[in-house]
Design a protein. Structure first.
Lengths: 286, 569, 310
């Protein structure tokens, strides 16, 4: 079991990792932006000014305007919020599903294990994007279909990770001890196994946030998912494709692309840092 | 343990905070101001038809299209398929770029007094690419091949006026009783309903003649390599998803021979196809291209001075389709409120960069005899009047109006603009959604459908009747009761007996001027008074063409390049 | 060994059965493919004829069983748009996708392994930081951005063919395949570099490497022969999975480069609601994926004798 002193150790190790700290900074900025973003945007992200479309960056519009004359900076801030909501909801959903089913499979074993693991096989056999496209097309437009579709194809990985951990811990001494004093299965799993098994799953969750952000953008790029008047990053890029080779219009696609990269990068760095500091053995320090 | 609790609590808190903030809003700077230089006046001027250049044989003309559904005339339907079929086949009549009609295989055509029977006199000695003669029987063969039930043709409906067509569609007859091909040089067609404009229809590719080798409609070999009687012939079968190669038919006798040796038609991705055409023109791959809307004004500035820019008003209209039998748009006032709340000029300038002409009628000016400028009184932008009308119609701020459009067709930007204007000018809660095209059509047909849908119509033949009859007549609803899906083209379910009467009267009127007068009255009623469709922009087409190497390049009535006339300079 | 293979094969068949059923149901949830295809309405009688022709008037279970029955003979049915054999569409496009996948994987491994090894051997050097940072960055860039930039700014130069080009222009396949393969490889190479660096670092600390070094073996041999081989295990797994994913068609990349593979085929089919083609492509990609993961499991066992198969 982890005690507060362990937490301090983890944080101390994490703090030494410069890249991880950079990542943490990015993530904190993104989360704060997502929460208070509405107070940061100079314009309403949805308000069009058709007479001033594709304007270059200026004092009025710091990053210029998009093809509908909407303020690009405000749109990107709105995009942060959208990406964060989709990413956090998707990852939470897939984490809850994955952890619960993974723990069940690992602890129960036998038929339950076989059935659940074959289920993960089936989901893993689909290319994520293709699977998500089919699900979103069938479920209709909106944020929730996207969240559900992306979660549907990402829970199996956390389930498998969780199962592996539970299998290893099931036979651990302290679990034996708990069992011997007559603790029930549910109590053992929830109080004793889960807290110790969840670290790698959490690390995976952080890694997968980037995947979800790119997935959301790819779906919007293909015109699937969020409604087209929503300034989602992938949508902003796809509507500026005609301007790809037009000089002076680079801002249309470059800034949304940077926003996507920065977000993914931030979460990937935090995930790396977390992994290293949670389990010092994995880090090459020796 | 505490680590877990903390993270979990944190995640939940963050999520809750994010979600609660989503609809929030606070005071923002107004997004106003314009760019220097300004945007051109609304509507790019037309470029005149190019001066005729004497033809000389030779040259390869290259262009890109997306994969057609079919090039066999029995089912050739969208502009990509038509481009190929139109050049492989010559029908009874031709329609010129300006909408006038000239002879095709038929040298003359006449009808009886009530327009219920038509006789076409055919040119003698014309043949198919394989040498078979083009006679009345070849036409009958082609028409019946498409009308047969087993063909399941999606374009055979153009023949629906011909006697015996229904029996063929039902599968109870093998021949169309109304088509008489017994004379050697005359094709006689009997109609079930009189139509003084029937001859115009025969210009559609589904009315093509076919040789005996065509076989039934499901003959795969013929589907991919049709043998026709047009100025060009297939050079090898259709290479699906890659390209189609046409070569000149030297035995062509139905009109002047083509000049080009070869036409190379490359098949492009359906998503971003227009962009690919434009890129291909720029990199020298193609001699002809459509343009992505956002680049229109830039491309015009580059190519117009070089004479490579074509701009032409065509017989089509972009409009919003209101559901006129279901609330909230079941009153003319409500529809007019929507229409007057849309700033067509601002959208034409902003989204279309001044290229499109805001509509003030439903029948477009490309049909100059029939066009009535200003017949749509509710087509002007008047937000104050719109508010009044909305109030009157019970379309109060906060009311929900559905607005659907199809994704992937380049409609994202202007529909987003319309949505915002309806929100701003009428305070409506616009339920805006983009769906795949098939879903859009399906949703429009449903009995409970309400609100507005994106729509466009291109004329099949040059007559106002082709706008009014299929889109607004009661017969074209295609549903016997309000609880059935509307299977016809009139999916707004507008029904007005006076309007139907005017159309019937027009169809049976032989005198052209009188007939057009009746059509104009009908438009006055359905659009001026009832606003059963909400016109947005008149259709205008823009193309880039390699006029440096080629002469006589222009857009024909069906918006295709005039391949049969193009010649090396 | 035989028992293991047999069991995994049985599982694979089960996965395939359930997966095809899922695709079947999802594809049909996409809606009626005959509702209408153009601006103008298809008459209801024609729609009915079409539905009957494709057996869509029969109950769903019958349709599914018929489909499975045909599938056994590699008959994927007829497409809804042009009524062509779907199997012949696959035969045209699948080889292109396989080619693209193989070139992409070769690039992946080449770039990824070299970068990873250098980063691990020269730890904390400038190169290491460069590899770490650029590989992390590369993971964050969406494929469509890389693809768009390459099409916009690189195609048309040197041996990279212009996009689009006329179908009459013959381009050697290795010219055509390079840019899309590179687009696909960037992200995977970054993953592999990170994997390789991590596992290499671990191996380098192992006793047998210390022994090898103390025996005075040249560093080249220590790294090249002993360390590399053992650090490749996670890379092999990753490459196997990645190959499976790529064979399933790179829907965005193939579309951007107008590359005639099954990903591009799928993109068009989704646009047109062409259910039999969607079905066929997804079935193929699932089959390929399942077969490859079976292969990886077996390969894995050979590479690492500690893994027991039964």
């Amino acid at each position: 079991m982890r005690r507060p002193s362990q937490l301090r150790d983890i944080w101390a190790r994490y703090r030494r990792n410069k890249l991880a700290m950079v990542g943490l900074f990015v993530v904190v900025v993104l989360v704060v932006t997502a929460i208070v973003g509405d107070y940061l945007t100079p314009y309403d992200a949805f308000e069009q000014n058709l007479l001033n479309a594709t304007a270059p960056p200026s004092a009025e519009h710091w990053l210029g305007t998009d093809v509908l004359g909407r303020d690009l900076f405000s749109e990107l801030i709105y995009g942060v919020r959208l990406a964060m909501i989709v990413a956090v909801s998707t990852v939470t959903l897939s984490l809850v599903l994955g952890v619960a089913l993974g723990a069940l499979a690992g602890y129960r074993g036998r038929a339950t294990d076989t059935v659940l693991m074959r289920a993960t096989d089936i989901f893993l056999a689909f290319p994520v994007l293709v699977g998500a496209i089919v699900v979103v097309r069938a479920a209709g437009q909106g944020i929730w279909p996207v969240i559900v579709a992306l979660a549907l194809f990402s829970w199996p990985v956390s389930a498998r990770l969780m199962r592996g951990q539970v299998l290893a811990l099931r036979e651990a001494d302290y679990v034996e001890a708990a069992r011997s004093i007559g603790a029930g299965s549910r109590r053992i799993v929830i109080r004793h196994i889960l807290p110790n098994a969840i670290a790698p799953v959490l690390v995976y969750a952080f890694t997968s946030i980037g995947v979800v952000v790119v997935g959301l953008a790819s779906l919007s790029y293909l015109g699937i998912g969020v409604p087209p008047n929503v300034p989602e990053w992938g949508r902003l890029i796809s509507q500026s494709v005609p301007f790809l080779r037009v000089p002076g219009k680079t801002h249309l696609w470059l800034y949304p692309a940077i926003a996507i990269c920065l977000t993914t990068l931030g979460f990937a760095l935090v995930a790396d840092g977390l992994r290293d500091s949670l389990d010092p053995k994995l880090r090459g320090d020796g | 343990m505490p680590l877990i609790r903390k993270i979990r609590a944190g995640t939940v808190l963050t999520l809750a905070a994010l979600l609660s903030l989503l609809p929030a809003g606070c005071a923002k700077r107004p997004n106003v101001g314009t760019q220097n230089g300004g945007v051109p006046l609304v509507g790019f001027p037309e470029t005149p038809a190019p001066p005729r250049v004497p033809g000389k044989p030779g040259g390869v003309f290259r262009l890109g299209i997306v994969e057609p559904v079919a090039i066999d005339p029995y089912n050739s339907q969208e502009s990509e398929g038509n481009l190929v079929t139109e050049n492989l086949f010559t029908e009874l009549v031709n329609v010129n770029p300006d909408g006038s009609v000239s002879p095709g295989v038929a040298t003359s055509w006449t009808s009886n007094a009530d327009c219920s029977q038509w006789a076409f006199t055919l040119k003698q000695g014309t043949t198919f690419h394989n040498g078979e003669p083009v006679d009345p029987a070849a036409f009958k063969r082609g028409w019946e091949r498409a009308a047969a039930r087993s063909a399941a043709s999606e374009v055979a409906y153009h023949m629906n006026e011909i006697q015996g067509f229904d029996a063929m569609q039902a599968g109870t007859a093998d021949h169309m009783s109304g088509v008489d091909a017994t004379a050697p040089d005359r094709l006689v067609v009997t109609l079930a309903h009189p139509d003084c404009e029937f001859y115009l229809r025969t210009y559609k590719t589904v009315f093509s003649p076919v040789p005996t080798v065509a076989g039934p409609a499901d003959n795969k070999a013929y589907n991919d390599q049709p043998i026709g009687n047009g100025p060009f012939m297939m050079d090898g079968p259709w290479q699906h998803d890659r390209g189609i190669r046409l070569k000149r038919f030297d035995g062509y006798a139905a009109g002047p021979k083509a000049n080009l040796d070869e036409v190379d038609i490359t098949i492009l991705p359906s998503q971003g196809g227009v962009q690919a055409e434009y890129d291909g023109f720029n990199n020298g791959t193609f001699d002809w291209a459509r343009l992505p809307t956002p680049l229109l004004s830039q491309a015009r500035a580059t190519y117009q001075p070089r004479g490579e820019w074509i701009s032409k008003k065509t017989a089509g209209i972009n409009y919003l389709l209101p559901m006129v039998t279901t609330p909230p748009l079941n009153s003319a006032a409500a529809r007019k409120a929507i229409s007057e709340a849309i700033d067509r000029v601002a959208i034409a300038r902003g989204v279309f960069q001044g290229s499109q002409v805001p509509a003030d009628a439903f029948v477009p000016p490309a049909l100059p005899d029939a066009y009535q400028s200003g017949v749509c009184t509710a087509c002007r932008y008047d937000p104050a009047e719109a508010k009044k009308l909305a109030q009157q119609a019970g379309l109060t701020p906060g009311s929900t109006v559905n607005f659907q459009f199809n994704t992937g067709g380049g409609h994202e930007e202007w529909t987003a603009a319309v949505t915002q204007q309806l929100k701003r000018n009428l305070g409506l809660n616009v339920n805006y959604s983009g769906v795949p095209f098939t879903d859009l059509l399906n949703n429009e047909q449903q009995p409970g459908a309400s609100g507005i849908f994106r729509a466009a119509w291109g004329a099949d033949y040059p007559t106002p009747g082709n706008f009014l009859q299929p889109l607004l007549s009661t017969a074209a609803i295609g549903a016997t009761s309000p609880s059935q899906p509307a299977t016809g083209d009139n999916r707004g379910r507008y029904s007005n007996s006076r309007f139907d009467q005017l159309l019937a009267q027009a169809a049976a009127t032989r005198d052209k001027a009188q007939r057009i007068g009746l059509y104009q009255q009908a438009e006055q009623l359905a659009i001026g008074q009832d606003l059963a469709e909400i016109p947005l922009w008149f259709r205008q087409q823009f193309r880039l063409a390699n006029t440096i190497k080629f002469g006589n390049v222009y857009l024909d009535f069906a918006e295709e390049p005039t391949l049969a006339e193009i010649t090396l300079r | 060994m035989t028992r293991f293979v047999a069991r995994r094969a049985a599982q694979a068949v089960l996965v395939l059965l359930v997966a095809t059923l899922a695709i079947f149901l999802a594809t049909f949830a996409l809606g009626d493919p005959f509702a209408s295809t153009g601006e103008k309405v298809v008459p209801p009688e024609v729609q009915a004829i079409d539905r009957a022709k494709f057996g869509l008037d029969k109950p769903l279970p019958v349709q599914y069983l018929t489909y499975l029955g045909n599938l056994v003979h590699l008959d994927f049915g007829v497409d809804f748009d042009q009524r062509r054999q779907v199997s012949s569409m696959l035969a045209e496009t699948l080889p292109n996708t396989i080619r693209l996948a193989l070139v992409a994987i070769a690039l992946d491994v080449l770039i990824g392994v070299i970068a990873g090894v250098i980063a691990a051997v020269k730890r904390y050097s400038f190169t290491d930081v460069l590899v770490t940072v650029s590989s992390t960055l590369a993971i964050g860039v969406p494929t469509f951005v890389i693809g768009l930039v390459l099409v916009g700014y690189v195609s048309g130069f040197w041996i990279f063919p212009v996009v689009p080009r006329s179908f009459t222009v013959q381009v050697p396949w290795w010219h055509e395949v390079l840019l899309p393969a590179f687009t696909l490889a960037i992200i995977d190479a970054a993953f592999i570099a990170r994997l390789m660096r991590g596992s290499m670092l671990e191996v380098l600390r192992a006793d047998y490497i210390r022994t090898a070094r103390s025996k005075g073996l040249p560093e080249r041999v220590v790294i090249g022969k002993h360390a590399m081989r053992n650090s490749m295990i996670p890379v092999v797994t990753y490459v196997g999975i990645s190959l499976g994913v790529l064979m399933g068609g790179a829907i965005i990349t193939e579309t951007i480069f107008q590359y005639n593979g099954i990903g591009y085929l799928l993109a068009r089919a989704i646009q047109a609601n062409n259910a039999p083609v969607i079905m066929a492509v997804v079935v193929v990609s699932v089959v390929v994926f399942v077969l490859l993961s079976l292969l990886v499991d077996i390969l894995y066992a050979y590479l690492d004798p500690r893994i027991r198969l039964d």
